[in-house]
Design a protein around this ligand. Structure first.
Ligand code: ZN
Ligand code: ZN
Length: 466
C-alpha cells in the first residue's frame, strides 16, 4: 500500500484511509472487486483473524451502550463460553481450510466447465450470490438433519443475543458445510471463492445484536439483526426460519422466511437449554444425546432416521413431545462466580492469547501445533469447569498449571512447544503468572479442605435472572 502523495493531500489521505478501513468495511461487505481480487490463494489476507480486534472493540461498545440504555447487556460467563467456542472453532477452521481449498482447487482444475479470467469482475459478483446460496442450503441442512444439527446447535446454545453470540461456533460444522460449496468449483476460480468465504463469514458478526432495530427497505434484501434474531428464537414459530447469511432473498424464495414480531419478544437459545458454560461440553453434548438415542433404538432403519431426519422427529410408536411453550418473563441460565475467581479467569484468558494467536499465525500441521491446540482446548475446558462450579475444577487447574510450567522449562519439551506458549520477551512474566495461578488454586483447595468457605457454594448457585 503506497504512502499518500502530498500533491493532492486531502484526496490522497482519504484514499489511504479508505484502504486502511478494509477490515471494518469487509465486515459489512462494503468492498469492491478491485481491492479484493487475487490471482493466487497465498496472496489473500486472513480477514477473519484480522477482524478480531474490531470485533472485541464492537463487543465492548455494544456492552456499554446496552448498559447506558438499560437494556440487556452481555454477561461475563456467557461471553467466556462464546469466546471459548469461537477459539476452538477457529483452530479447526485453520486446519480444515487447507483441506477444503485443496479439494476445491482439485475439482476446479479437473472439472471446471469454462475458462474464465481470475480477475473477472462479473465472476466476483456472481460468487457473492453463489457462495451465499451454498450457505443457505448448508445452514438449512445444519438445522434439518439431526447429526448435522449436533454440530450447529452450538451456535444456538446461548440464551443471550449480542455480538459475543456470533463467536459461539461449532468446531464440527466445517466438516460438512464445504460439500454445499463444491458446485461453485465448476465455474469459479479458488481465489474468488476463498475471499467470498471470508466476507460471507465476517458479515454475519454484526447481525448478532439487539441494539439495531428495523432497517427499512434493506430488510427486503439483506439478512439483518432483526431477521437473525428470529433465527435464534426458540419460540415455535421461529424454529427453522431465516437461514440466510447475507441475502434474506433465499428464505423468501424457499418459504423459510419469518418476520420479527412487533413486540420484539423472541426468547433465544435452544428449545431445551444447555445450562452449562463449558465450551467443550457445548460441542459434544448433542452428539452424546443422539448417539445414545440411536444406540438404544430398535432396528437399523429407526437408528438411521434418528441421525438423518430432523431434530424434532419421533420414532413411530413413541409419544410425540410438543415444543415447550416459552414462559414470560423469560428466565435465563446464570450461574455466577465470586469476583476473585472471575478475575482469575480473566487473567487465564489473557495468558491464553499469545499461544492462541501464534497457532493461528503458523497454521496447524505439526506435532507442536497439535500440542498447542490441545493446550488451548484443555485450558478452555478448565475455565468452563470453574464457571460450571465443578468440585474437581481446582484440582485439574493445578494440574494444568503444572503441565504448562513443565513444558516451558523441560529441556526436551522446550524446543518443541515453548515457541508458542510465551514469546521470549513475555516468557518470564508468563511463567510467573502461571506459577502464581497454580499457588492460588492450591491455596483455594487447601482452604476448602480445611473446612473454609466453599467458593462455588458461596456464589449464588444457579441463580436465575431476567
Ligand atoms: Zn442456525
Ligand atoms: Zn447466529
Amino acid at each position: 500500500m503506497a504512502a499518500p502523495n502530498t500533491s493532492v493531500p486531502l484526496l490522497q489521505y482519504a484514499s489511504y484511509a479508505w484502504d486502511l478501513s478494509i477490515v471494518p468495511r469487509a465486515n459489512f461487505y462494503m468492498v469492491t472487486p478491485a481491492e479484493s481480487t487475487y490471482e493466487t490463494l497465498k496472496e489473500i489476507p486472513d480477514y477473519v483473524t484480522q477482524s478480531v480486534p474490531f470485533w472485541f472493540t464492537l463487543m465492548f461498545v455494544e456492552h456499554l451502550i446496552a448498559r447506558y440504555l438499560g437494556k440487556r447487556s452481555s454477561r461475563i460467563n456467557d461471553t467466556f463460553s462464546s469466546i471459548g467456542s469461537g477459539m476452538i472453532q477457529q483452530m479447526t477452521r485453520v486446519l480444515l481450510l487447507g483441506f477444503e481449498l485443496s479439494l476445491y482447487q482439485y475439482v476446479y482444475d479437473h472439472y471446471h466447465l469454462v475458462d474464465l479470467p481470475w480477475d473477472s469482475r462479473w465472476l466476483w459478483w456472481l460468487c457473492i450470490l453463489g457462495y451465499d446460496f451454498g450457505y443457505y442450503w448448508a445452514h438449512r441442512a445444519g438445522h434439518e438433519i439431526n447429526f448435522l444439527w449436533a454440530a450447529h446447535q452450538v451456535h444456538h446454545s446461548s440464551e443471550s443475543y449480542n455480538l459475543t453470540t456470533a463467536l459461539r461456533q461449532s468446531m464440527f460444522q466445517g466438516f460438512f458445510f464445504w460439500v454445499f460449496y463444491m458446485p461453485l468449483a465448476l465455474v469459479i476460480p479458488a481465489p474468488i471463492f476463498k475471499i467470498h468465504g471470508q466476507f460471507n463469514l465476517i458479515y454475519q458478526f454484526w447481525i448478532h445484536t439487539e441494539l439495531v432495530d428495523n432497517l427499512g427497505p434493506l430488510e427486503w434484501i439483506l439478512n439483518t439483526p432483526s431477521h437473525h434474531r428470529v433465527h435464534h428464537g426458540r419460540n415455535e414459530k421461529c424454529l427453522d426460519k431465516n437461514y440466510a447469511a447475507v441475502f434474506i432473498i433465499w428464505d423468501r424464495m424457499f418459504g423459510t422466511f419469518e418476520p420479527e414480531p412487533k413486540e420484539r419478544n423472541v426468547a433465544y437459545g435452544l428449545v431445551y437449554p444447555l445450562d452449562v458454560w463449558d465450551p467443550i461440553a457445548a460441542q459434544f453434548h448433542y452428539y452424546q444425546y443422539i448417539l445414545t438415542k440411536a444406540w438404544n433404538a430398535k432396528g437399523l432403519s429407526i437408528k438411521l432416521q434418528i441421525l438423518f431426519r430432523g431434530p424434532g422427529w419421533t420414532p413411530p410408536g413413541e409419544e410425540v413431545v410438543p415444543i415447550p411453550e416459552v414462559q414470560y418473563p423469560v428466565k435465563v441460565f446464570n450461574r455466577s462466580l465470586p469476583t476473585l475467581l472471575l478475575g482469575y479467569l480473566v487473567v487465564q484468558y489473557v495468558l491464553l492469547m499469545p499461544p492462541y494467536f501464534s497457532l493461528m499465525d503458523k497454521g496447524i500441521a505439526t506435532l507442536p501445533m497439535w500440542l498447542g491446540v490441545s493446550y488451548v482446548t484443555f485450558t478452555l475446558t478448565c475455565m468452563g469447569m470453574m464457571l460450571d462450579h465443578k468440585s474437581y475444577a481446582l484440582g485439574i487447574e493445578v494440574l494444568r498449571c503444572a503441565v504448562v510450567l513443565l513444558l516451558n522449562t523441560h529441556p526436551t519439551a522446550i524446543g518443541m512447544v515453548s515457541t508458542f506458549f510465551f514469546p521470549a520477551p513475555l516468557k518470564m512474566a508468563g511463567m510467573a503468572a502461571v506459577g502464581a495461578s497454580m499457588l492460588l488454586s492450591l491455596a483455594l483447595m487447601a482452604h476448602r479442605a480445611s473446612g473454609g468457605a466453599n467458593y462455588w457454594e458461596k456464589a449464588a448457585a444457579a441463580k436465575k435472572v431476567q
